[in-house]
Write a protein of this length. Structure first.
Length: 296
């Protein structure tokens, strides 16, 4: 019997992103989800019928508008918008949801999601409920840099310490001179902090790894910077179960497991990233009341 006859509960939303499979074909990606597995035929699907996140704190006048929007999102996820298609379709989006300034869309998006951002620099709830989402890391970096430049105060730069793992140097054929510090510092990998991190007091940041689950310091937890030390960063938690708690974030060692890199190295850096904007993957499981979506 499957799982030895034990009852197993799978949780998930098939309308969200497909699994990330490096170098996979479209067919491989489509066949990767649970619904394509050989065990799917023996699963009993239990569907949720009410979107709780869209019904909280709504005025009576907004309930009908919210219902229409929720139904449109569901139809979009089911592929019912845009008519019959074989993988491609033209989808009409309501005018009030679109960026109207096509000359400078990033500035228009920032103005919509983060109005009066400098006046709310000390307001934790302001950053707690809003974010800009993009599909690629380089676009996220561009938006974060743009917002970071708006903040007053001194900018502090944190550089990582990158070293080759000792096990790599034991191989006779491994030439460590091929991988200089410039090469190691220039590597940008998913889930790994960059070599150079620029921060200012008051900006929102996100953890990239679990540090202390008991105190709510988990992967994707968002915080607001309170002070920038040489060895630690003082921050206030603004998402998750420990909202309002103050904490100190130290530098930590991290060894990437990306198979594209033909060697192993270790990076010592703060496991954080600026998060005015974030990737769509990172936004999953978060409740946001004001969201901008930038699909370049």
């Amino acid at each position: 019997m499957l799982f030895g006859g034990k009852v197993i509960v799978f949780g998930g939303d098939f309308r969200q992103n497909l699994p990330i499979m490096p170098n996979a074909s479209r067919q491989d990606i489509v066949n990767a989800p649970l619904s394509s597995s050989y065990i799917w035929g023996k699963c009993k699907a239990i569907r949720l019928t009410k979107n709780m996140r869209l019904t909280t704190n709504n005025e009576c006048s907004e309930i009908e508008q919210t219902r229409v929007f929720a139904n449109w999102i569901l139809d979009l996820g089911e592929g019912k918008v845009g008519g019959d298609n074989d993988g491609e379709a033209v989808i009409k989006i309501a005018h009030d949801l679109l960026i109207t300034n096509s000359m400078d869309p990033i500035s228009a998006l920032i103005q919509f999601v983060y109005p009066s951002v400098l006046e709310n620099i000390n307001n934790s709830s302001y950053f707690q409920e809003r974010a800009i989402l993009a599909s690629k890391h380089e676009v996220v970096q561009e938006i974060n840099d743009c917002l970071l430049s708006l903040f007053l105060g001194d900018e502090k730069e944190y550089l990582s310490s990158d070293t080759l793992c000792e096990s790599e140097q034991l191989h006779d054929q491994f030439d460590k001179t091929l991988y200089s510090f410039d090469v190691l510092n220039g590597l940008k990998l998913s889930g790994i902090p960059n070599h150079k991190i620029l921060l200012k007091v008051g900006i929102p940041i996100m953890l990239l790894r679990n540090i202390d689950q008991k105190y709510g310091l988990c992967n994707e937890t968002r915080l607001r910077v309170l002070s920038l030390g040489n060895r630690v960063i003082e921050a206030q938690i603004i998402s998750g179960s420990n909202i309002g708690s103050w904490t100190f974030i130290p530098r930590m060692y991290l060894t990437p497991t990306n198979k594209k890199i033909p060697f192993k190295f270790r990076r010592r850096q703060f496991l954080i990233a600026v998060c005015f904007a974030m990737t769509i993957n990172k936004s999953q499981r978060q409740s946001l009341s004001k969201v901008g979506l930038f699909l370049r």
